[in-house]
Design a protein around this ligand. Structure first.
Ligand code: ACO
Ligand SMILES: O=CC(=O)O
Ligand code: MG
Length: 572
C-alpha cells in the first residue's frame, strides 16, 4: 500500500519507485487515470476510493434514471408544455410539516462568500468576515483533475485548520484567523462525469467524487471543529426535480451510516436555480427534511434555465441579459415563493449573487458598483431572505452592514418574515415573460463574455472578472443560450431602432469583430498564448448548433481531460 503524505511525489520513502511509474492503490473495479501525485494520494486512499466506488455502484442507476427524466421533461417542454405544480404532490405542498431544526452553528448565515476551491482563495474567504464560505467545485471551478484534487487537499487542510499558503512573488504567507467562516461545499451537478476515475469501466459521477472524498476525509474533524456536532454542510446545485433531492438524501444516509454518525448530521442547502425546480420547492425540502438547511435563489442558472426550458417557445425570448434582474416579475415571484416556502418549513431562505465586484482603478465606478450591490442586498433582506451571497471579500462589510441594519441581532428571519401573501403566487407569476428590449450590444456582449469565459475555463479558471463583473459557468451559460435562441428565431434587435434581425451571417461578423476587440483588450501576446481562438470556435459552434446543447461545460469537458493511462492506478 502506498504511504500517505510522503514529501515530493514520485518516490516512496525507500526511493524504490520512479516518477510516473507509481500508482494509486485502488480497489477492484476502479481505475484512476489522472496524474499521480503524493499529495493527491492523501485523498485517494484505498478506503476513500472504496467508499466513492460504493456510492457510484449503489446510485448510478437512479442517477441515470433522473437524467432520463430530465430529457423526457425537455421533450414535453419542447412540444409546448409549460412547467407547473405537480397535482400528485399537492398533499406535500399543502401538508403541515417542517424540516429538522437548523443546527446552531449555522443559524446565522447573513453573508456567505463563495469561491473556487483554490488554496489562497479558501484562506481569504474563510478569513473574510463572512458567516459562511461556500467552497465551490461547481460554477466557479474548471473541473480539471489538478483543480479537483488540489481542491480536496486544500479543503482537508482547511477543515483541520492547518491550511497555509506562501505567495513567493509577494513574500506573503496566508494563514487562518482565529475566527473563520463556516464551510459549505458545493459538488458538481448530476450531469458532469469525472473522466479521470472509472468505476467498472465507466466514468464516475462528478458530484459523487466531490461529495465522497470531501465527506470521507473531513466528517470527523468538521463536526468536532466547525459544526458543533453537525455536518459536514453542503450546497446542492442545478436540480430539476424532487426525485433528484431524494437521491441526495439517500446518499447522505448511506454516508452517515458508513461514518457511524447520527442521521440528520449532514445538512444541505439546495439551490433553486432551474425553472422546473421552482415548482418543486416544497417537494425538494420534503425529501431532504432531515438533512435540509434551506434553499437558495441561484439567480444566474435560473435565468439560464428559463431560456433552456423555453428553447422551443419563440414567444418567450429574453431581452438583453443585463435587463433580466431580480425585479422582473418572474424573478421576484420566485424569490418570494422561496422565502415563504422556506420559512413555513423552518429553514433558511438564502438570497443570491450580485455580479458586481470591486473596481480597483476607478473610485466613482467602484462606488456605483457597491451601490448596486447594496441595493440588491437591501431588496433581499427586506423581502425576508435570511442571508445572501457575495463574490468578493471586498463586498463583505457592505453586505453585512445591510443585513445587520435590517435584522438587528437576530440570526435569521425564519420566524419573523413569513411572507404569507406569497402563497397566492401562481404558475403564471413564476413564468411571466421578462420585459425589455434586445440590442446589438447585447449580442456583442454575450459573445465577447462567452468566448473569454470559455478561454479561461479551458485554461483552468472557472470564475473570472470581465468588464468589472464576476463571470462563472452560470453567467456564461446565459450568454450562450441567449445567442442560440436569438439565432434560432432570427429575432429582431428591437432596442436599436434599426430593425436588424439576428442571422448566422450577422453573428459570424459579430464573432470576428468581438474576437478582434478581445485581442486588443488582452494584448496580442496573451491572446496568442491563451485559448481564445479555440474558445471562439467552440462558442460559435454552440451558438449555431441545430439543437441546443444541455450544458456548455459538458460539451467542452473533453478538452480538459488529461489521461495517464499506464501509470496512475494499480493494485499493489
Ligand atoms: C452564479 C454563481 O454560482 S455565483 C458563485 C460562483 N462564483 C464565484 O464564487 C465567484 C467568486 N469570485 C471570484 O472568483 C473572484 O472574486 C473573481 C474571479 C470574480 C475576481 O477575482 P480577482 O480579479 O482575483 O479579484 P481581486 O484581484 O480584486 O482580488 C483581491 C483579493 O481578493 C481575493 N478574492 C477575490 N475574490 C475572492 C473570493 N471569492 N474568495 C476569496 N478570496 C477572494 C483574491 O484572491 C485577492 O487576494 P490577495 O489580495 O490576497 O491576493
Ligand atoms: O449558483 C448560483 C447561480 O446563480 O447560478
Ligand atoms: Mg448556479
Amino acid at each position: 500500500m502506498i504511504m500517505e503524505g510522503f514529501g515530493t511525489y514520485g518516490t516512496t520513502p525507500g526511493g524504490r519507485r520512479q516518477v510516473g511509474v507509481q500508482g494509486y492503490d485502488v480497489p477492484e473495479g476502479v481505475e484512476i487515470r489522472g496524474r499521480y501525485d503524493g499529495e493527491f494520494a492523501r485523498i485517494l486512499t484505498r478506503e476513500a476510493v472504496q467508499f466513492v466506488a460504493e456510492l457510484q455502484r449503489e446510485f448510478r442507476n437512479r442517477i441515470r434514471y433522473a437524467l432520463e427524466c430530465r430529457k423526457e421533461a425537455k421533450r414535453r417542454y419542447n412540444d409546448g408544455a409549460l412547467p407547473g405544480f405537480d397535482p400528485a404532490t399537492k398533499y406535500i405542498r399543502e401538508g403541515d410539516w417542517v424540516c429538522a431544526a437548523v443546527p446552531p452553528a449555522v443559524a446565522d448565515r447573513k453573508v456567505e462568500i463563495t469561491g473556487p476551491v483554490e488554496r489562497k482563495m479558501i484562506i481569504n474567504a474563510l478569513n473574510s468576515g463572512a458567516k459562511v464560505f461556500m467552497a465551490d467545485f461547481e460554477d466557479a471551478l474548471s473541473p480539471s483533475w489538478e483543480n479537483l484534487m488540489r481542491g480536496q487537499v486544500n479543503l482537508k487542510d482547511a477543515v483541520n485548520g492547518t491550511i497555509s499558503f506562501h505567495d513567493k512573488a509577494r513574500n506573503r504567507v496566508y494563514k487562518l484567523n482565529d475566527q473563520t467562516a463556516k464551510l459549505f461545499v458545493r459538488p458538481r451537478g448530476w450531469h458532469l462525469p469525472e473522466a479521470h476515475i472509472l468505476v467498472d469501466g465507466e466514468p464516475l459521477t462528478g458530484c459523487l467524487m466531490d461529495f465522497g472524498f470531501y465527506f470521507f476525509h473531513n466528517y470527523e474533524a468538521f463536526r468536532r471543529i466547525q459544526g458543533g456536532g453537525f455536518g459536514p454542510f453542503f450546497y446542492l446545485p442545478k436540480m430539476e426535480h424532487s426525485r433528484e433531492a431524494k437521491i441526495w438524501n439517500c446518499i447522505f444516509e448511506k454516508a452517515e451510516k458508513m461514518a457511524g454518525i447520527e442521521r440528520g448530521s449532514i445538512r444541505a442547502t439546495v439551490l433553486i436555480e432551474t425553472l422546473p425546480a421552482a415548482f418543486q420547492m416544497d417537494e425538494i425540502l420534503h425529501e431532504l427534511r432531515d438533512h435540509s438547511v434551506g434553499l437558495n435563489c441561484g439567480r444566474w442558472d435560473y435565468i439560464f434555465s428559463y431560456v433552456k426550458t423555453f428553447q422551443a417557445h419563440p414567444d418567450r425570448l429574453l431581452p438583453d441579459r443585463v435587463l433580466v434582474g431580480m425585479t422582473q416579475h418572474f424573478m421576484k415571484s420566485y424569490s418570494d415563493r422561496l422565502i415563504w416556502t422556506c420559512h413555513r418549513r423552518g429553514v433558511h431562505a438564502m438570497g443570491g449573487m450580485a455580479a458586481q465586484i470591486p473596481i480597483k482603478d476607478d473610485p466613482a465606478a467602484n462606488e456605483a458598483a457597491l451601490d448596486l450591490v447594496k441595493k440588491d442586498k437591501q431588496r433581499e433582506v427586506r423581502a425576508g431572505h435570511d442571508g445572501t451571497w457575495a463574490a468578493h471579500p471586498g463586498l463583505i462589510p457592505a453586505c453585512l452592514e445591510v443585513f445587520n441594519n435590517n435584522m438587528g441581532n437576530s440570526p435569521n428571519q425564519i420566524q419573523t418574515a413569513k411572507r404569507e401573501e406569497a402563497a397566492n403566487l401562481t404558475e403564471e407569476d413564476l413564468l411571466q415573460r421578462p420585459r425589455g428590449v434586445r440590442t446589438m450590444e447585447g449580442l456583442r456582449l454575450n459573445t465577447r463574455v462567452g468566448i473569454q469565459y470559455l478561454a479561461a475555463w479551458l485554461t483552468g479558471s472557472g470564475s473570472v472578472p470581465l468588464y468589472n463583473l464576476m463571470e462563472d459557468a452560470a453567467t456564461a451559460e446565459i450568454s450562450r443560450v441567449q445567442n442560440w435562441q436569438w439565432l434560432r428565431y432570427g429575432v429582431e434587435l428591437d432596442g436599436d431602432g434599426l430593425g436588424v434581425r439576428v442571422s448566422k451571417e450577422l453573428f459570424f461578423r459579430v464573432v470576428e469583430e468581438e474576437m478582434a476587440r478581445v485581442e486588443r483588450e488582452v494584448g496580442k501576446a496573451r491572446f496568442n498564448k491563451g485559448m481564445f481562438k479555440e474558445a471562439g470556435k467552440m462558442f460559435t459552434r454552440q451558438c449555431t448548433a441545430p439543437t441546443l446543447d444541455d450544458f456548455l461545460t459538458l460539451d467542452v469537458y473533453n478538452n480538459i481531460v488529461v489521461h495517464y493511462p499506464k501509470f496512475a492506478s494499480s493494485r499493489l
